[in-house]
Design a protein around this ligand. Structure first.
Ligand code: GTP
Length: 305
């Protein structure tokens, strides 16, 4: 475990460090409460356990820990286990430390076995926190990824689009959005079955990813519909980029179960304007897609261009 210790007495700090290293932990040190809070804010994700002295100059252990717990909020995965360290074993001090957010209390002089026992207890907490963090990031990935293609799903795509629109507004940058739809996909499903259709969807995603221009973002936003975010791109450049993606997807045949499948895609795109809402932007790209579909498919239509 990575342990951050805050202790003003150099000799106590050295002793604690020796104990902890002997138990196999990596130790980082600060010498007062102010440094502790500062270091914690800047590097909190690097530490698994904090060991904090009660009485330190500038900011006491209690003040520092109260601040840290307040900053962490009520989210359980933010809870870094804390052991308090003190020369006092007054009952009131023990209670105050636990109330401030500590998980264990250790009296000085440090006894190796007692330190070991407290560390076993807080290491359990630290492991639970790590498991929670891992589960959260797994859930986050599941809830934002399309299971079939591994592309961002509609929710994640719209989230990224919101961010990109905010960036474009803030920095007065160009931005375009496109919707790409496989032509006559129902026929592919009807002819080769759902598995054949699924394989095509995966292959289309792979080809899109393989030809992705740096900065462009793709998502699967519907059954056979893909969303494209094209940052720093005006309408004219969007036309060029979308034509390239259209060609990438339709030039080479697809193969499924011994069959050769040809497909084309239609694309509708729209450039972002400062006062346009996200809903309106997608709607305009959709209208352009509708135009592409209704005027022969296998083409790119840019709204207003
Ligand atoms: N295999 C497979 N098919 C899907 C999936 N999601 C949607 N579809 C199918 O995609 C097809 C879309 O058909 P339509 O909306 O009629 O569109 P289309 O046949 O592509 O026709 P145009 O868009 O007008 O060119 C339907 O048959 C859906 O069942 C999926 O995850 N896997």
């Amino acid at each position: 475990m990575n342990v951050l210790i805050a202790e003003d007495s150099p000799s106590d700090r050295m002793l604690l460090k020796l104990h902890l290293e002997k138990l196999g932990h990596s130790v980082y040190e600060v010498s007062n409460g102010i440094e502790l809070v500062q270091h914690f804010y800047e590097h909190s994700e690097e530490f698994d356990i904090l060991v904090v002295d009660l009485n330190m100059p500038g900011k006491s252990g209690i003040e520092a820990v109260t601040e840290i717990r307040k900053h962490q909020g009520s989210y359980a995965a933010n809870w870094i286990p804390i052991i308090f360290l003190s020369g006092s074993d007054a009952e009131d001090d023990i209670l105050k430390c636990i109330e401030a957010g500590a998980d264990a209390y250790l009296s000085k002089p440090i006894q190796h076995k007692v330190l070991l026992a407290k560390l076993i207890a807080v290491t359990r907490l630290a492991h639970m926190r790590q498991e929670l963090l891992a589960a959260n990031s797994q859930l986050e990935a599941l809830s934002t990824t399309d299971y079939l293609t591994n592309l961002p799903n509609r929710r994640a795509f719209e989230h990224t689009l919101r961010d990109e629109m905010a960036k474009a507004r803030r920095h007065a940058q160009m931005l375009s959005v496109a919707i790409l739809d496989i032509d006559h996909f129902k026929q592919i499903n009807d002819t080769y079955g759902h598995d054949g259709g699924d394989l095509i969807l995966r292959e289309v995603s792979k080809r899109l990813m393989a030809s992705q221009r740096s900065g462009d973002v793709f998502g699967r936003v519907g059954g056979e519909e893909f969303g494209l975010i094209l940052p720093h791109t005006n309408a004219e450049e969007a036309k060029i980029a979308c034509e390239r993606y259209r060609e990438v997807l339709s030039t080479e045949d697809y193969h499924y179960d011994g069959h050769i499948i040809k497909l084309t895609v239609s694309v509708g795109a729209c450039k972002f304007d400062n006062d346009i809402s996200q809903l309106e932007l997608i709607k305009r790209a959709d209208v352009a897609l509708y135009m592409a579909k209704n005027t022969g498919r296998d083409k790119v239509v840019i709204e207003g261009y």
